[in-house]
Design a protein around this ligand. Structure first.
Ligand code: MSP
Length: 506
């Protein structure tokens, strides 16, 4: 197994507050980063903010603020989002940082030195909302294909020879069919490339809020070439001998939303190939959330603040719901009712109750002691004791394909089986019977204690706080994958419920 893993989220535009979509991506990336750290990999997990371009410039103007003051202030909200979600990102990049401006200009210079850039005139449409250029033939009823408004732009600008990279991109994807997941996004990328790639405008003269083009400061870099570079800025580019660049770039995973697929699977690999850097190993595009069936939008005022959600339900509940409700590549619909239902049924009942029933019983009736005969006879007990070790390779395979949903599904179906086993064991009956029954009880409870520990370890990437509390109740100290299947039980106090049930609204 490769011992390095680089995980990035997209960087958020600073044109408004942090919303559920931003939280979603950060949570998914964090669960992956935590899992790979648990497996002993060296992980670098990057997130940050995209601070240049027309959209951000306009947002600053609307607030009557100089763009730099606007982004200095708003980027802090995204840093805070990471804190409240319990994200373990190793680096937070801002595209206005000197390290990034230097990297973006270096990439430009390399492209120019290799004859990949030429000066021309752009005459076409531009959508500020999408920060994207569109041809006349792309428009649908006068709007961008994404439904956003476009404006006519005519200006001298530099172009990147994207057309040269059509065939190399097709060849690359043919040789690397897993470079883009889910599969439908791979197919979408391929059909886009096959339609033909025109050269790409990569500078603007009508706006000033951007990275100056080296040697031509009347141009600023198109925000996407600037933004995409962030992924290598954080690895020390332009120093290609930087150890982080050498170790992490070959193991890169970009987690993005499906709306920004083309930028990551066409433009970005083309820029990289053009300077002799290999494309990212994997781009995974997640789906979009609606709110009670509607698109989240500022004008509808239906945005859900991740800050309010965490305040109300706690970070574990929000993390769990978003990861559990839909597969990562699919679209999801958010409602408080659905979150509360899942929280109560799965976290509080299936997981929390099992832990509480087992631990409270041992505390109350056995004074926290599980000494005695340990004769495993029942195959269900063997399953509970070996489940963690047996399942780890499957979970690893799922995580290799960013299937966070499948990961949780496997664990929760075993939690249900464990609940059924506890009901069948009925230790409250056995304790009243003779010594043979007591041995059965001890053996059964030990099996459950092993299973609970293993479930806590394996769930820790998703619900780190609850997992930590359960391990504390068990008194395991810090436990990792090497402890799967071991009996570790040394409680120092009476257990307390992992999750308080929430009231369901009528
Ligand atoms: N700045 C660009 C990304 C540059 S990466 C080099 C951008 N920013 S964004 O703030 O508009 O979006 C950030 C991420 O949030 C994107 O991956 C986007 O898909 C995601 N989401 C925005 N709204 C979303 C939902 N409603 N649901 C899920 N994710 C969504 O694009």
């Amino acid at each position: 197994m490769a011992s390095y893993q680089y995980i990035t989220t997209s960087i958020s535009y600073l044109n408004g507050s942090a919303h559920l979509g931003h939280a979603y991506e950060l949570i998914a990336a964090d669960a992956m980063a935590r899992f790979w750290r648990l497996c002993g990999k060296n992980v670098k997990f990057l997130t940050g903010t995209d601070e240049h371009g027309s959209k951000v410039q306009k947002a600053a103007q609307d607030r009557g603020m100089p763009p730099i003051n606007h982004v200095d202030e708003l980027s802090q909200e995204f840093v805070r989002l990471g804190h409240i979600l319990n994200s373990t990102a190793d680096d937070f990049i801002r595209t206005t940082q000197p390290r990034h401006i230097q990297a973006a200009q270096a990439l430009w210079q390399e492209l120019e030195d290799r004859g990949q850039i030429y000066l021309g005139n752009y005459a076409g449409w531009y959508s500020i909302r999408d920060e994207a250029f569109y041809h006349e033939s792309d428009l649908v009823d006068g709007l961008a294909p994404t439904g956003t408004a476009v404006e006519w732009v005519e200006e001298p600008c530099y172009f990147f020879r994207l057309s040269h990279w059509q065939q190399p991109l097709l060849d690359y994807y043919q040789a690397h069919p897993d470079a883009i997941l889910p599969k439908e996004r791979f197919n979408e990328t391929l059909s886009f490339i096959k339609q033909g790639l025109a050269d790409l405008a990569i500078s603007r003269t009508k706006i000033t809020w951007g990275v100056p083009v080296p040697g031509h400061p009347e141009h600023v870099m198109y925000v996407w070439i600037d933004a995409l570079t962030n992924y290598i800025t954080a690895l020390g580019y332009p120093d290609r001998q930087n150890q982080d660049f050498i170790n992490y770039w070959p193991e890169s995973l970009h987690l993005i939303g499906k709306d920004i697929l083309r930028f990551h699977t066409v433009f970005w690999p083309a820029f990289l190939m053009a300077v002799g850097i290999q494309p990212p190993k994997r781009v995974f595009a997640h789906g979009w959330w609606t709110i009670q069936g509607q698109k989240m939008s500022k004008s509808l005022g239906n945005g859900v603040s991740p800050f309010e959600l965490v305040e109300k339900y706690g970070s574990d509940a929000v993390r769990y719901f978003l990861m559990r409700e839909v597969r990562l590549g699919s679209d999801g619909d958010f409602s408080h009712e659905a979150l509360i239902r899942r929280y109560n049924q799965e976290l509080a009942n299936t997981f929390g109750n099992l832990a509480q029933r087992v631990l409270a019983f041992i505390d109350q009736f056995l004074k926290g002691q599980l000494d005695g005969q340990d004769n495993v006879e029942d195959p269900d007990e063997t399953v509970l004791r070996t489940w963690g070790q047996v399942t780890l390779p499957l979970l690893t395979q799922l995580m290799e394909r960013q299937d966070t949903y499948g990961y949780l599904d496997l664990i929760f179906s075993q939690l249900q089986s464990a609940n059924a086993y506890m009901a069948r064991l009925a230790p409250w009956e056995l304790r009243k019977q003779g010594s043979e029954a007591k041995d059965r009880m001890i053996t059964g409870l030990r099996s459950l204690v092993i299973f609970l520990k293993d479930a806590a370890i394996l769930l820790s990437p998703f619900i780190p706080k609850a997992a930590e509390r359960l391990l504390q109740s068990l008194g395991t100290g810090t436990a990792g994958l090497q402890d799967l299947g071991l009996f570790m039980y040394n409680p120092s106090s009476a257990p307390s419920p992992l999750f308080q049930k929430l009231e369901e609204r009528a």
